[in-house]
Write a protein that binds this ligand. Structure first.
Ligand SMILES: [Zn+2]
Ligand SMILES: [Zn+2]
Length: 243
């Protein structure tokens, strides 16, 4: 298997589809490659003949080159669906005409590196497979493979005295953001102020987080003040013989 070729194809997907944040929506990417994506239920209603072939072929996802259709099984877990769709995109991008053991391995390698690029795992400071699974929203099994492969990638970089390959360099430049002056693997909109913030697992930006923390502390101290006040009233009442 030509790993570099597959990695260069992944980079071309990131560039063509302007992927700049993880986790990624593979449905969107598949659409950009001219394929339509349906659930199995939608396919059943739309094209019963194709649905029959699809059920006979696979459990999780299905691709038909003639009609440029990809379908997926909503009964599978969400993360498994993501991986199956990335796998199908791999077949499309790598120009596979048939499913053979070789093309299956290639499509799996493609899916793993598309959903969790090793460089993104690095900049996300993932310490184990659980971090990878959570941040890139992939299954534990897929995260285990991605993390082991990341460590191999890291060892290779270290053995080259931290010199990146030309492909890694191109990947780095694709995700490097001039405004933030760093490698950006995740962009979110703050649910309080609506501003974009990057590389964080929080759902709110740093500024709003600080405000929430200050409010939280005030609330706690108010609570403590109230407890003290109640205790004082209780003691006073007791002293005066009311209690
Ligand atoms: Zn396949
Ligand atoms: Zn905010």
């Amino acid at each position: 298997m030509n790993y570099s070729f597959i990695l260069s194809k992944i980079l071309s997907v990131f560039e063509k589809c302007e992927v700049n944040s993880f986790p990624i929506d593979c449905t969107e990417l598949i659409n950009q490659y001219g394929y339509r994506v349906f659930t199995y239920q939608e396919l059943k209603a739309k094209s019963p003949e194709l649905y029959d072939i699809c059920i006979a072929c696979s459990d999780d996802a299905f691709r038909d080159m003639a009609t440029k259709t990809v379908a997926y099984n909503t009964e599978a877990s969400r993360r498994r669906v993501y991986f199956s769709l990335a796998h199908e995109l791999g077949h499309i991008v790598l120009g596979h005409l048939a499913e053979t053991p070789k093309t299956e391995v290639e499509a799996n390698f493609f899916a793993s590196n598309l959903l969790a690029p090793r460089m993104a795992i690095h900049y996300a400071h993932c310490k184990n497979e659980a971090d990878v699974a959570r941040i890139f929203e992939i299954s534990c099994e897929a995260a285990q493979y991605a993390f082991d492969d990341y460590r191999r990638w890291r060892r290779y970089i270290v053995s080259r005295h931290n010199r990146m390959t030309s492909l890694d360099r191109a990947m780095y430049y694709h995700f490097y953001d001039d405004d933030y002056k760093k490698f950006v693997y995740c962009r979110k909109e703050c649910r309080y102020c609506g501003k974009e913030f990057v590389n964080s697992e929080w759902r709110i930006c740093e500024k709003c987080k600080r405000i929430a923390e200050i409010r939280g502390n005030m609330y706690d101290s108010n609570n403590a003040d109230m407890q003290m006040l109640n205790k004082w009233i209780y003691n006073m009442n007791k002293k005066q013989g009311i209690l």
